[in-house]
Design a protein. Structure first.
Length: 262
């Protein structure tokens, strides 16, 4: 399959849908695919029509992480450093810098850097037979693409460490208990449920949702004093939006607000 088809992209009803599309390889990443994926997230951030993003995988898996067959054997240390720093890092940053909600619809196993990708999204819904697999330790590697940052923040250090070193799949139900996924759903209903959720969010006040993402990600790494100041700044910014005016007006007029994302 041509690399340009390995990431599908479409915009409809305010939602950008990004689909990993190498199903015969469980959507394992090639460098070109990582670059295309990152470009799509940047594009979704810049496109004013897009107010929320849905990420999913074609076929049985969500993403098997790094394609281990592309190195022509054991990857050299320099090759690994290059791909982690120059391909995975910009991809993960493109999701965190995209100030719109990004939902991962996890349709099958999310393994290795595929798990990192899923965890870098803001929200997750998993098919009931899907799973998260920190596959790194199975091949003698450490978590990369942000997995150690996201996992420790989501479930705490000790549970994160247990998951990382066990090399076993964490099934959807356990992910729900641990807070690794927001929702689980019947496998047949995954896409429809995820679309309903993302379309709902695409009707919400987009700027406020984006600024909320910014300050909450900032809050994971800063103290209260800094965050109280950051909130004041962002709140000031939010009050200048049309959606803020619409929200107040609709409340006073006792009707549902119609947000435009501006
Ligand atoms: C694959 C892959 C794959 C190639 C399935 N590559 N073909 C690491 C190193 C260097 C640089 C940077 O970053 C990283 C970060 C990482 O991501 S390290 C972790 C890499 N990923 C893995 O170790 C996962 C390896 N795969 C698996 O454990 C299983 O395949 C999973 C659990 C993903 C899926 O299991 P099943 O659903 O049972 O499918 P399968 O194993 O039968 O796979 C289907 C096909 O996909 C198969 O090919 P074949 O020709 O036999 O049909 C696999 O070889 C291929 N495939 N993952 N990562």
């Amino acid at each position: 399959m041509a690399e340009e088809q390995a990431v599908l992209y479409g915009v409809e009803e305010g939602v950008a849908t990004v689909t990993l599309n190498r199903p015969e390889r469980r959507n394992a990443f090639t460098p070109a695919m990582l670059q295309a994926l990152r470009d799509r997230f940047v594009e979704a951030g810049q496109d004013e029509r897009v107010r929320a993003v849905l990420l999913t995988g074609a076929g049985k898996g969500f993403c098997a992480g790094q394609d281990l067959s592309i190195f022509g054997g054991i990857p050299t240390p320099d090759a690994v450093r290059d791909v982690v720093l120059n391909y995975y890092r910009p991809l993960i940053e493109s999701i965190c810098h995209l100030e719109k909600p990004v939902i991962a619809a996890i349709n099958g196993v999310a393994a290795g850097a595929g798990a990192s990708l899923a965890l870098a999204c803001d929200l997750r819904v998993m098919a009931e037979d899907a799973s998260i697999l920190m596959a790194f330790s199975n091949i003698g590697l450490v978590p990369d693409a942000g997995a150690s940052w996201f996992l420790t923040r989501l479930v705490g250090y000790s549970r994160a460490y247990e998951i990382a070193i066990s090399g076993e799949r964490v099934p959807a139900l356990r992910c729900l208990e641990l807070g690794l996924t927001n929702r689980i759903t019947a496998t047949d209903a995954l896409l429809a449920d995820a679309q309903q959720w993302v379309r709902y969010l695409a009707q919400r006040p987009t700027v406020a949702l984006g600024l909320t993402k910014r300050v909450m990600l900032q809050a994971t790494g800063q103290d209260l004093a800094a965050i109280l100041v950051a909130e004041a700044e962002l709140q000031t910014q939010a009050t200048t939006t049309a959606d803020h005016r619409e929200g107040i007006t609709a409340f006073v007029e006792k009707r549902h607000p119609v947000f435009t994302g501006r």
